[in-house]
Design a protein around this ligand. Structure first.
Ligand SMILES: Cc1cc2nc3c(=O)[nH]c(=O)nc-3n(C[C@H](O)[C@H](O)[C@H](O)COP(=O)(O)OP(=O)(O)OC[C@H]3O[C@@H](n4cnc5c(N)ncnc54)[C@H](O)[C@@H]3O)c2cc1C
Ligand code: FES
Length: 276
C-alpha cells in the first residue's frame, strides 16, 4: 500500500473524511477557479483561516492531498450547505481539480489547522493573489458582526484583476496591480500599497506567499505600529495533520507544524529570517 494511501486510511479514523458533490467549478480567468462542493447537511463549521485537504487520484493512483483555505460556506435555504474554494492552477493536483464537473464526488478532510482569532473594530486585511481565499471568509465573518473590514489585494496583472473583480460582493477593497496599468488602481505590489496607505486599523490579517509576508514584516516593523498581526502561511504540506513534519516553521518556540499549529501565526511568533 503506498505510504500516502496508508496516511489517508489512517487519518480517516481520526479526522472524519467528508465528501460532497461538485455543484460548480467556474473558471474566473487567468488560471483562477471557484469550486463549489455541495456537502448536504453534514456538520461542517470551519473558522476563517482553516483549510481542507482535498484527496485526488490520477492515472498513477492516489496523490497526496492538496490543502485549500475555505473561501466561503454557502448556506442553502432548503437546508444543506456548500463549501467553496478559490484556487489557482499551478500543477498536477490543481489541474485535476480544474477538470471536475458538476456531480463529481470530492473527498476531503477538514476543517484543519488553527484559524484566525477574530478581534478588533477596524481590521485591515492584506492578501497577495490567491491568499484572498482565507481572508474573504474572514471578511464575511466581520461583516456578520457589523464590522466593515478594509481589504488590500495584490494581483499580478490585468487578467488576474478581472478574474477577482466581481467575486467579492460588498467588500471595501483596494487593488494593486504589478504589471500593466489600469486607471484608478495602484501600480505596484500590495506591500507597497500598504506602505503608502493611510488606512486606520487596529488589527491586521495577512495571507500570501512567503516572500510577500517577509517584506510585509520589514515594512511593518519600520512603521513602529503596535497592533496584533495574524499571518496565514502558505507552507508546502503533505499529510496536513502533523504526522510527516513536512511543513515545519521556525518559531520562537522552536520548529512547529504549519498544518496543526498554524497555518495562522502571530507575526512575533515566526522567525522570519529563517523561513523559506
Ligand atoms: C494552508 C494552505 C492553504 C492554501 N489555500 C489555497 C487556496 O485557497 N487556493 C489556492 O489556490 N492554493 C492554496 N494553497 C496552495 C495549494 O495547496 C497549492 O497550490 C496546491 O497544493 C498545489 O498543488 P499542485 O498539485 O497543483 O501543484 P504541485 O504540482 O504540487 O506544485 C506545482 C509547483 O507549485 C509549487 N507549490 C505547490 N504548493 C505550493 C505552496 N503551498 N506554496 C508555494 N509553492 C507551492 C511547487 O513547488 C511546484 O513548483 C494553500 C496552501 C496551504 C498550505
Ligand atoms: S503537512 Fe505533515 S506535518 Fe504538516
Amino acid at each position: 500500500m503506498p505510504f500516502h494511501y496508508y496516511l489517508k486510511v489512517h487519518f480517516e479514523y481520526k479526522y472524519k473524511c467528508n465528501s460532497g458533490l461538485v455543484s460548480s467549478n467556474n473558471e474566473l480567468g487567468s488560471g483562477f477557479f471557484l469550486l463549489t462542493i455541495d456537502i448536504g447537511s453534514i456538520y461542517f463549521e470551519p473558522a476563517p483561516g482553516q483549510f481542507i485537504n482535498i484527496y485526488l487520484n490520477d492515472e498513477y493512483g492516489y496523490m497526496l492531498p492538496r490543502p485549500f483555505s475555505v473561501f466561503n460556506i454557502v448556506k442553502y435555504e432548503n437546508l444543506g450547505s456548500a463549501v467553496q474554494i478559490l484556487y489557482k492552477v499551478i500543477g498536477r493536483g490543481t489541474k485535476i481539480i480544474s477538470q471536475l464537473t458538476k456531480g463529481d464526488r470530492v473527498e476531503f478532510t477538514g476543517p484543519l489547522g488553527n484559524g484566525f482569532i477574530i478581534e478588533g473594530e477596524k481590521p485591515l486585511l492584506i492578501a497577495g493573489g490567491v491568499g484572498i481565499a482565507s481572508l474573504n471568509f474572514l471578511a464575511r465573518r466581520f461583516k456578520e458582526n457589523k464590522i466593515e473590514p478594509k481589504v488590500l489585494i495584490g494581483v499580478r496583472d490585468e487578467m488576474s484583476y478581472r478574474a477577482f473583480n466581481g467575486i467579492f460582493n460588498n467588500l471595501d477593497i483596494q487593488f494593486s496591480i504589478e504589471r500593466g496599468e489600469l486607471d484608478t488602481i495602484f501600480k505596484g505590489n500590495v506591500i507597497e500599497l500598504y506602505s503608502i496607505s493611510d488606512i486606520d486599523y487596529d488589527v491586521i490579517y495577512i495571507c500570501g506567499p512567503t516572500n510577500m509576508l517577509k517584506s510585509f514584516e520589514e515594512i511593518y516593523r519600520s512603521k513602529n505600529i503596535i497592533t496584533k498581526v495574524y499571518c496565514c502561511l502558505e507552507s508546502r504540506m503533505a499529510c496536513g495533520v502533523g504526522a510527516c513534519l513536512g511543513c515545519s516553521i521556525p518559531t520562537k518556540d522552536g520548529y512547529r507544524s504549519c498544518c496543526v499549529d498554524g497555518p495562522v501565526f502571530e507575526i512575533g511568533e515566526v522567525i522570519w529570517k529563517d523561513l523559506t
